[in-house]
Design a protein around this ligand. Structure first.
Ligand SMILES: C[S@@+](CC[C@H](N)C(=O)[O-])C[C@H]1O[C@@H](n2cnc3c(N)ncnc32)[C@H](O)[C@@H]1O
Length: 231
């Protein structure tokens, strides 16, 4: 058991997880792909216990995204912690923040402001709780169009599972000079303005036993076409 497991699990988040699985609960855990950050996530012990077919289906078919840390989030957060100059002093917006791991990494690495942006209100609650757990703060934003101007870096990890998000890759280039994208879903991303930098193995945490092809995360750097337009 991690020392942080004695910390109080936010009750509202626990209740939210029980909508997916009645016996679900959260635990403080450190994803194997980014052990430098502790997170309130789906308790792995519950998932390892015997689950009925219907329960397993409920978890996999409609996961509370914020209650898992996706492979790409781990890889991008670890990269940011190892390359703090990429965000230091900057205004960073993490699109599709889920648990908030990437926004928390940016805050820990010295970002001037780290914004967690997610359309799921519960994910934003999780991002705030996870920031507190790591001794940092993040700004919450539940609508991309409310982000304001003057974003220096946009990060996005595992958001391309939803095809409707693909157009955002060019929208991001209009909104910030640098985009850091991590993705494990699209095998050959040929997107103007984006260059693949690195690739790393990681698994969703707790492990959802996804197809092996989803365990290779590619990191891309996107180049913005916008000049910084401060608020
Ligand atoms: C697979 S999870 C990834 C979470 C986190 N980035 C990670 O790597 O662990 C995708 C998240 O993106 C959010 N999301 C998807 N489309 C979005 C959109 N258009 N605007 C804001 N958030 C979005 C979902 O609500 C979900 O929390």
């Amino acid at each position: 058991m991690l020392p942080e497991q004695s910390a109080g699990i936010p009750a509202a988040l626990n209740r939210a997880i029980q909508q997916t699985l009645a016996k679900g609960r959260l635990a403080v855990t450190r994803p194997a792909g980014c052990p430098g950050i502790a997170l309130y996530l789906f308790d792995p012990d519950v998932l390892q216990g015997p689950l009925s077919h219907d329960e397993a289906q409920a978890v996999v078919a409609e996961p509370a995204y914020w209650s898992f840390c996706w492979a790409s989030g781990q890889v991008l957060a670890r990269w940011i912690l190892a390359n703090p100059e990429s965000v230091r002093g900057k205004r960073v917006l993490d699109f599709g923040s889920g648990s908030g791991i990437v926004a928390v990494a940016a805050a820990l690495a010295g970002a001037g402001e780290a914004i967690a942006c997610d359309l799921d209100e519960t994910a934003l609650m999780a991002a705030r709780a996870n920031a507190e757990l790591n001794g940092v703060t993040v700004t919450l934003c539940n609508d991309w169009s409310d982000r304001g101007t003057g974003i220096d870096v946009i990060t996005a990890a595992d958001v391309l599972y939803d095809r409707d998000n693909r157009p955002f890759l060019q929208i991001f280039r209009q909104a910030a000079p640098v985009i850091l994208l991590a993705d494990s879903r699209v095998r050959n991303l040929e997107e103007p303005g984006y260059q693949q930098q690195e690739a790393h193995e990681a698994r969703t945490w707790p492990d959802l036993n996804e197809f092996e092809e989803f365990n290779l995360v590619r990191l891309y750097r996107g180049e913005g076409v916008a000049r910084i337009n401060r608020r």
